[in-house]
Design a protein around this ligand. Structure first.
Ligand code: WTA
Length: 638
C-alpha cells in the first residue's frame, strides 16, 4: 500500500479513547457524514435497562437516506459509475450505472411504488436476484419513506409468505426467474405460491429478468419494466426522521420463528458509511466489491448503503464463485480492477479446495484490502487468502458483526493493526466489548480470558427493536446480562488484548455463512407427518463451517429408510429453502432429555462432533440408555 491509510495505529489509539470517553462528542462529529435536512441537536438517548430499553441516535434530525446515497453525489460525480452489475453468465455484458442513471432509475421506481399505493411507513418485501433493480427498489423505498424487507431469493414460498405476513407488506417485488450458477430459480412462481397464504390486497411487482414464462394475475401482478418506462424520473425525497425505520431484515434466533430486525435511518447510515470508509480503507475512486447477497445484512450495509453514501463504485454480482469455474471471483476482480474485496470464509475454503491455478491466471494487482465476514475463519483459509489472493501485500480485515449491529463492531484496521489469522482483533470506534463469565455474568477483566461477549454501550448502527415485538427484543438481547447488549457469541481476549470470536453460544448455527436457528429446522421436520420429534445441532463441516445435523424420532410404526431420508431433506428445503437442507440425519429412537423433558442439546452436539469422551454432566438425564444408543448408532454411522 503506497497511500496513507485513513487510520494509523497511533490515531486508532487516540480516536478510540475519545470515542468511548466522549461518546457524544465523537458521534456528533461523525453525524456530519450525513447530509441532514434539519440538523440534529441531540446525539444520543439510550437506555439498556430491561423493561425500558430504548435506543435513539440523532433523534431530532431529519434526512433522506436515498438522497444521501444518490442525489448528493450528482453535482460532483454524476457521470461516475455507482454500480457495476456483473451478470451470472460472463458472456453477457456487465452494466455500468452512473450516479445520474441511478438517480433516474430510483426516482422512476419511487413513482412506480407510489402509483401502486405504497406510502410512507408502508412495508415492501423485496424478493429479487442480484440485479440492479434490487438496489433501485431499496433506494426507492427509502426515497418515499417506505420500509423495505428483503427476503433472500434462496428462501422457499413458505418462508416468503411468513415474512410478507410478519411485516404486513403491501407489495412484494420479485422477478420472473433468478439465474445463478447457470441455473434459474422460478422466483415468480415461488411468489405466486407464497401469496396464496397472504392477504388478497398484496400486490406483486415483477421484474422481467429472463423473460421466461410466468403465470400472471391481472390486477395483482404489475410489470416493473413497463411501468418504469412510463414513470417520471422526477421524485422528491421525503423528509424522514432519523429514527424512522429504514428496513426490516428477518434473521434467525435461538428460539421461535425468525425475528424482524429493525434498523432506522440516520444512525444506521452514519455507521454504515463510516465503517465502509475506515474498515476497508476506502478512498475516492476505488472499486469496491462485497460478494454477499443483498438478502443479508452484509449486502445492505456494504453493497448498497455504505458504499453509495460514500460515493463509491460498488459491484453487484449475480453469480456464484464457481461458475463457470473456480476462477470467476478473480476474473471479475481483474475485469473491474477491484480494490477492496469482501467475502465469506466458506467461499474461500471452497475455492482453496480447487487449487491456486484458478487464482494465478488472473491479474489481481489492483487489490489493496481483503475482507472476510460471517463466521470464524480458520488459519489455513486465512493463510491461503493472504498468500495466494493477496500475495502477502493486502491487509485482511476479519470483520465481526451481526444483522443486529448494522455494521462492523470488531475488526483489525488496515494500516493500523497487526493481523492474526482468525482474530477479529480490536473494537471499532465507540464499541465497548466486554467478556463475561457465562454463568455468573461477572465481568472478566484483564487479558487471557474467555467467556460470552456483550457490548456495554450503544452505537448508531444498532438495531432498535424487533418489528412488532419490543418485548422479545428486550428479552433476547438485554435480559441475560443486565445493562449490556448480549451478542450470543462466545469470545476470547488473548494475552495481547486481541479478540477472538469463538462462535455462537446459543442455538444458532452458521452454515456457509448463513445464519440459521436450529429451532426453525426442527419445526420444519416435525411438520412432516412421519416425524414425531426432532433435534437439530451444528457440527464441524470442512467447507460450510458448520453443517446441519438432525436427530429424528419417527412416529410409532414408521421405519427409517433411504427414501424417507431423502424425503425429509427435500421437505426441509421446501419448508425453509435450499440453504437449510440437512447435511446428516440420524434416526433417533429417543432423544436425551432431562427429567423435566428438556432436550439436552449439549450432548447431541458432542455426539455429532464424534466427541464421545467429554459429554459433560449426564446425571440429569431421564434415561441414560438413549445416549448410549445414539453413540452406538453414530459410531456405526448407521
Ligand atoms: C458470526 C453477518 C467470527 C457470529 C454479518 C455472529 C462471525 C453471526 C464473524 C452473525 C467473524 C460474523 N468471525 N464469527 N468475522 N462475522 N460472525 O447476523 O457468530 O448473518 O453472531 O451477520 O455470524 O450473523 P449475521
Amino acid at each position: 500500500m503506497t497511500r496513507t491509510p485513513h487510520v494509523t495505529l497511533s490515531q486508532y489509539g487516540s480516536l478510540y479513547s475519545e470515542s468511548v470517553s466522549d461518546s457524544e462528542g465523537f458521534w456528533r462529529r461523525e453525524g456530519g457524514r450525513v447530509d441532514w435536512i434539519k440538523p440534529f441537536t441531540k446525539v444520543k438517548d439510550v437506555n439498556f435497562d430491561l423493561g425500558h430499553v430504548s435506543i435513539n441516535w440523532y433523534a431530532d434530525g431529519t434526512l433522506n437516506v436515498a438522497a444521501n446515497c444518490v442525489d448528493r453525489h450528482l453535482a460532483t460525480r454524476g457521470d461516475q459509475t455507482a454500480i457495476i452489475w456483473e451478470p451470472d453468465d460472463p458472456k453477457d455484458a456487465a452494466k455500468h450505472i452512473t450516479y445520474k442513471q441511478l438517480h433516474a432509475s430510483v426516482c422512476k421506481m419511487a413513482n412506480v411504488l407510489e402509483s401502486l399505493g405504497v406510502r410512507r411507513g408502508d412495508r415492501v418485501v423485496i424478493y429479487l436476484p442480484m440485479i440492479p433493480e434490487a438496489a433501485y427498489a431499496m433506494l426507492a423505498c427509502a426515497r418515499i419513506g417506505a420500509i423495505h424487507s428483503i427476503v433472500f431469493a434462496g428462501f422457499s414460498p413458505d418462508a416468503l409468505s411468513a415474512r410478507i405476513n410478519g411485516c404486513d407488506a403491501k407489495l412484494v417485488i420479485t422477478a420472473d426467474h433468478a439465474p445463478r450458477g447457470g441455473r434459474a430459480t422460478a422466483l415468480k412462481s415461488n411468489t405466486d405460491a407464497a401469496l396464496l397464504h397472504c392477504k388478497d390486497t398484496v400486490k406483486c411487482l415483477v421484474v422481467k429478468r429472463t423473460g421466461g414464462q410466468t403465470t400472471w394475475i391481472d390486477g395483482r401482478d404489475y410489470d416493473c419494466g413497463e411501468m418504469m418506462l412510463e414513470a417520471s424520473d422526477i421524485s422528491h425525497p421525503a423528509e424522514m426522521n432519523a429514527e424512522d425505520p429504514l428496513f426490516i431484515l428477518y434473521t434467525s434466533g435461538s428460539t421461535g420463528q425468525p425475528k424482524g430486525v429493525v434498523h432506522t435511518s440516520g444512525g444506521y447510515l452514519t455507521y454504515a458509511a463510516m465503517t465502509h470508509e475506515i474498515v476497508f480503507d476506502y478512498h475516492d475512486g476505488d472499486v469496491f466489491w462485497c460478494t454477499a447477497d443483498v438478502g443479508w445484512v452484509t449486502g445492505h450495509s456494504y453493497i448498497v448503503y455504505g458504499p453509495l453514501a460514500n460515493g463509491a463504485t460498488t459491484i453487484m454480482f449475480e453469480g456464484v464463485p464457481t461458475y463457470p469455474d473456480a476462477s470467476r471471483f478473480w476474473q471479475v476482480c481483474e475485469k473491474h480492477k477491484v480494490n477492496q474485496f469482501y467475502t465469506a470464509p466458506t467461499a474461500i475454503r471452497a475455492l482453496m479446495g480447487q487449487g491456486k491455478s484458478f487464482v494465478e491466471g488472473c491479474d489481481l494487482s489492483d487489490l489493496k484490502v481483503l475482507g472476510t465476514v460471517g463466521e470464524p475463519i480458520n488459519p489455513e483459509a486465512w493463510n491461503w487468502y493472504n498468500d495466494v489472493v493477496g500475495k502477502g501485500k493486502c491487509p485482511i480485515v476479519d470483520t465481526w458483526w451481526q444483522t443486529e449491529t448494522g455494521g462492523h463492531l470488531m475488526t483489525p484496521l488496515p494500516g493500523a493493526h497487526e493481523m492474526k489469522p482468525g482474530s477479529a482483533m480490536k473494537p471499532f470506534f465507540g464499541i465497548k466489548p466486554m467478556v463475561l463469565e457465562p454463568a455468573s455474568g461477572e465481568v472478566l477483566e484483564g487479558n487471557d480470558v474467555e467467556g460470552v461477549l456483550v457490548i456495554a454501550d450503544s452505537w448508531p448502527g444498532q438495531m432498535r427493536t424487533i418489528w412488532g415485538d419490543h418485548e422479545r427484543f428486550e428479552k433476547t438481547y438485554f435480559s441475560d446480562y443486565k445493562g449490556y447488549y448480549f451478542t450470543g457469541d462466545g469470545c476470547k481476549r488473548d494475552a495481547d488484548g486481541d479478540y477472538w470470536i469463538t462462535g455462537r453460544v446459543d442455538d444458532v448455527i452458521n452454515v456457509s455463512g448463513h445464519r440459521m436457528g436450529t429451532a426453525e429446522v426442527e419445526s420444519a421436520l416435525v411438520a412432516h407427518a412421519k416425524v414425531a420429534e426432532a433435534a437439530v445441532v451444528g457440527y464441524p463441516h470442512a467447507i460450510k463451517g458448520q453443517g446441519i445435523y438432525c436427530y429424528v424420532t419417527l412416529m410409532n410404526g414408521e421405519e427409517p429408510s433411504d427414501e424417507l431420508y431423502q424425503e425429509l431433506r427435500k421437505w426441509v428445503r421446501t419448508e425453509i429453502g435450499p440453504i437449510a437442507s440437512p447435511d446428516l440425519i440420524q434416526w433417533a429412537p429417543g432423544l436425551p432429555k432431562t427429567r423435566s423433558g428438556k432436550i439436552m442439546r449439549r450432548i447431541l452436539r458432542k455426539i455429532a462432533e464424534d466427541d464421545f469422551a467429554t459429554l459433560g454432566d449426564t446425571s440429569t438425564l431421564a434415561d441414560p440408555t438413549v445416549v448410549t444408543d445414539l453413540i452406538t448408532n453414530r459410531m456405526n454411522k448407521q
